[in-house]
Design a protein around this ligand. Structure first.
Ligand code: HXC
Length: 273
């Protein structure tokens, strides 16, 4: 138990978007396992709330207010964290924006806004962090989404942005690997209690269909995504670079379509013949 709790002892971790949902769960996991954590997001109240929660785990946790869309603001927050915490071992880029809107009704600014937050935001955070990273040893994790490889109605802007995030993950892995910097991604499936799920599954019917369409018949938890991040930034993943890990209960294998009930009915009918 002591060994596990010290998994990230002496490490520093900066989590963009780390004040709510999956990213806060990751920040919580990193702090619990011994990392000194800094979280960064737009909303000052959320930053204050998340920082207080993380300080209950580790008193040296810090919060920074800013917008990933603004390179200078990301750089300023990273520099402030770096100045007190030292070389940065772990960066999680998870700030994201989402809403459902079919492309033929979406304004160019709506499309740009999501691309700016997800894709430009990830570039800004990782590019600004680059000179401050520990070499060798830094681990960078980009939070992607199922939309990066699957097309969903009303999600063209998110798919375009997250597909870009995945290619950025792979490109930086190729460029920065020689410096001992690993860059990987995580695709979380539907995760309980997140803003993403409440936006994309706003009714109990949609939620139930989503759960039924998942091979594990349930949504995941923030802690399960945090555990995937813990693997990626630990020494256990020292040769894992440029990979995108799905933490989705296997949803990507079957997509959102669930034919299992009619399939079981057919099987039952065949057995009685
Ligand atoms: C159509 C919309 C819209 C909507 C905003 N816009 N919401 N268009 N339908 N529901 C348009 C606006 O009209 C505007 O274009 C442009 O987008 C910018 O809107 P703002 O409100 O000015 O942007 P901003 O205040 O910067 O807010 C960004 C946001 C917002 C993305 C729109 O929703 C936000 O802050 N979201 C952050 C939290 C979040 O989304 N979390 C979920 C992430 S989940 P015009 O042309 O009018 O100027 C995720 C993966 C989920 O990413 C995967 C689940 C499996």
């Amino acid at each position: 138990m002591t060994f596990v709790a010290n998994l990230l002892a002496g490490k520093t971790a900066f989590v963009a978007g780390g004040t709510s949902g999956i990213n806060l769960a990751i920040a919580r996991g990193l702090a619990t396992y011994g990392a000194r954590v800094g979280v960064f997001s737009r909303n000052p109240e959320r930053v204050a709330h998340a920082t207080a929660e993380l300080q209950a785990i580790r008193p040296d946790a810090a919060g920074f207010v800013g917008d990933v869309r603004d390179y200078a603001s990301a750089e300023q927050a990273l520099a402030a964290f770096h100045a007190t915490a030292g070389p940065i071992d772990i960066v999680v880029s998870g700030a994201a924006g989402n809403f459902i809107c079919p492309a033929n009704q979406l304004s160019p600014n709506g499309f740009r806004t999501v691309v700016d937050i997800d894709l430009m935001g990830t570039f800004n955070v990782l590019r600004a962090a680059y000179p401050m990273l520990r070499r060798p040893g830094a681990s960078l994790i980009n939070i992607s989404a199922p939309q990066s490889t699957e097309a969903f109605w009303g999600q063209a802007h998110v798919s375009a942005a997250k597909a870009g995030v995945d290619m950025l993950t792979k490109s930086l892995a190729v460029e920065w690997g020689r410096e001992g910097i690993r860059v990987n991604g995580i695709v979380p499936g539907p995760i309980e209690g997140t803003e993403g799920v409440s936006r994309l599954a706003p009714t109990p019917e949609i939620r139930e269909a989503w759960e039924k369409g998942n091979p594990m018949q349930r949504m995941g938890t923030g802690e399960e995504v945090a555990n995937t991040a813990l693997f990626l930034c630990s020494a256990a993943a020292s040769y894992v670079n440029g990979t995108i890990i799905y933490c989705d209960g296997g949803q990507v294998l079957g997509g959102p379509r669930d034919y299992s009930e009619s399939w079981h009915a057919l099987q039952a009918a065949a057995r009685t013949k």
